[in-house]
Ligand binder design. Structure first.
Ligand SMILES: [Fe+2]
Ligand SMILES: [Fe+2]
Length: 257
């Protein structure tokens, strides 16, 4: 069984590169998951964009600190039943923070959790957050957990992996938009500190460069514009042994424009 996990999709450039890339590789995978927290103009998601991403062949979407950036999301949450939101987001209003996915005879519990280091929207550290999910799902028949740990620091994600690697057989970091080179099997847990992003390559992690200079160096008030232009595609491919029901390999995918 092969799983593709796509890093944070940022705005139109990101959606377009995901659409064109999946059109040629979709059939190689049994399950496709993407982090969609930046898919609507860099912040959040809308029901329309959710449906658009689903039409590319994305099976499930995880989110992050920007989950609630578009105010309409709460009234439309019921329409987005394959959207998984962070357990420990201070604004969480739904219990869609995990989903048990049945694929090729394997039951995978996909969870979304925020890191707490430098993430102001987090209201609980990731470790007790995952403990709570483990408690809630202990009576469910789950082969392993797959966690999108949406955090700023590599150390927090690595610590999470080392503490939970017996239960969570797939731990994937998102949020920094820069793919790390540490994808590896740690025991039988597939791990990467950050999957990276799908979005405009010539940018500051997806945002317009001139505007970011204006805002952070010249200290002038600006709006929030995402960059346009040719995009990078970042993801990881995970191979799962269907007999033993454990991941056996993780490979980075990073396609520059
Ligand atoms: Fe992001
Ligand atoms: Fe984020």
């Amino acid at each position: 069984m092969k799983i593709l996990f796509i890093g944070d999709i940022v705005g139109k450039s990101g959606r377009d590169i995901v659409s064109s890339t999946l059109s040629s590789i979709r059939d190689e995978y049994d399950l496709i998951i993407a982090n969609a927290e930046n898919s609507a103009h860099g912040k959040g998601i809308t029901p329309k964009i959710y449906q658009h991403l689903r039409s590319f062949g994305i099976d499930y979407m995880t989110m992050g600190n920007h989950t609630y950036s578009k105010q309409m999301i709460n009234e439309h949450m019921n329409e987005m039943d394959r959207l998984i939101v962070p357990y420990n987001h201070e604004k969480r209003t739904t219990d869609n923070y995990y989903k048990i996915i049945h694929c090729k005879g394997i039951s995978i519990c996909l969870c979304n959790i925020l890191g707490s280091a430098f993430i102001s929207e987090s209201n609980l550290e990731p470790y007790p957050s995952f403990e709570k999910i483990l408690e809630e799902t202990e009576d469910s028949q789950i082969d392993f957990y797959m966690v999108d740990l949406h955090g700023e620091t590599t150390s927090e994600k690595r610590l999470f992996l080392e503490y939970f690697k017996e239960k969570a057989k797939i731990v994937l970091g998102t949020h920094t938009h820069v793919q790390t080179a540490d994808a590896d099997m740690i025991g039988d847990c597939a791990f990467i500190s950050d999957v990276g992003m799908c979005g405009a390559y010539h940018s500051i992690i997806g945002r317009n460069i001139e505007e970011t200079i204006e805002a952070y160096i010249r200290k002038n008030p600006t709006g929030y514009s995402i960059a346009e232009g040719p995009a990078i595609f970042c993801a990881v491919a995970i191979e799962v042994d269907e007999t033993h029901k454990i991941p056996v390999a993780i490979d980075r995918i990073r396609i520059k424009p």
